[in-house]
Design a protein around this ligand. Structure first.
Ligand SMILES: *[C@@H]1O[C@H](CO)[C@@H](O)[C@H](O)[C@H]1NC(C)=O
Length: 308
């Protein structure tokens, strides 16, 4: 009991990604560049879609929502890391640590589910073009997005509460630059059997969208192969290419991050963590806007409107 009381008053120490000061400085400078680019890039996507009436359709609404989640996702962890580095302090209070963990889990899940919704949207558009507007109606768009947020919360709250109820007997050094659940579980001196079992379940729920994405793409490819018109094939690949790039980047890094022995932590793991936490949210807007003519036109319009 005494230990539990202690854990709610003591601060956690965020050790950072590596133990070497030069590497920490390097990551600090990297984040200092990446964070504003992430904010501006994703904000531009949202504004461009908002102000271009031609982009008012499900595909772009989902993209705007993804950008919004990416802004939240990087804002949960990076500003705190930057502030701590600048102030030369590594501490984070127990409450903030748990809050950060909760929002990080929510955003990661919602991100993952919106990627699945986007894949489903493209699959319907390509495989059932005549029924597209009835299947992906404004109402079902809202439903899919609300559903993503609800699953995101449902797959974060239990883990957060379970972690918050653990005891930390004096060992408060988190081996990461944010409060991630695996590092916190390793620190606890309570029995973490239930936490670990729940975490496996959580990883399953988190990875379910990947299954949906794979099924959607199998559907897309089987349609494209059945209708062998070069124009159709090219159109399918141009709309799906960006999405597929983002999906590979996202799941590639997250798998590299979590499918490794929990005991070892090398520079490679640090780089993967940075890729997942900071680089992916930054790249999403670029991948979508550089490969998409409508997006480029909308961005150009946005700037011209501002200038004139
Ligand atoms: C998210 O999607 C909804 C419904 O499709 C849309 O009305 C809303 O504008 C989108 N959010 C943003 C930030 O664009």
């Amino acid at each position: 009991m005494r230990e539990e009381n202690q854990s709610s008053t003591l601060d956690f120490i965020l050790l950072g990604l590596t133990s070497q000061q030069e590497q920490e400085d390097f990551f600090f400078i990297l984040f200092l560049f990446i964070y504003p680019i992430t904010l501006i890039g994703n904000m531009l996507i949202i504004l461009a879609i908002h102000f271009d009436i031609r982009l008012h359709n499900p595909m772009y609404f989902f993209l705007a929502n993804l950008s919004l989640v990416d802004i939240f996702f990087s804002s949960v962890t990076i500003p705190k890391m930057l502030a701590n580095h600048l102030l030369g302090s590594k501490s984070i209070s127990f409450g903030r640590c748990i809050t950060q963990m909760y929002f990080m889990l929510v955003m990661a899940n919602v991100d993952s589910y919106i990627l699945a919704v986007m894949a489903y949207d493209r699959a319907v558009a390509i495989s059932r073009p005549l029924h597209y507007t009835t299947i992906v109606s404004p109402k079902s768009c809202i439903l899919l997005l609300v559903g993503s947020w609800m699953v995101g919360n449902a797959n974060s709250l239990p883990h957060t509460l379970l972690t918050a109820s653990l005891s930390f007997c004096g060992n408060q050094e988190v081996a990461n630059f944010y409060c991630d659940i695996a590092s916190l579980l390793k620190l606890s001196c309570s029995d973490i059997y239930l936490n670990v079992k729940m975490m496996y379940l959580g990883v399953g729920v988190f990875c379910m969208p990947l299954l949906c994405i794979i099924i959607s793409y199998v559907w897309v490819f089987s349609t494209v192969l059945r209708v062998p018109s070069t124009k159709g094939v090219l159109k399918a690949f141009s709309t799906c290419g960006s999405h597929l790039t983002v999906v590979s980047l996202y799941y590639g890094t997250v798998m590299g991050m979590y499918f490794r022995p929990l005991t070892s932590y090398s520079l490679k793991d640090a780089v993967l963590t940075v890729m997942y936490m900071a680089v992916t949210p930054m790249l999403n807007p670029f991948i979508y806007s550089l490969r998409n003519r409508d997006m480029k036109a909308a961005l150009r319009k946005l700037f011209c409107k501002r200038i004139s």
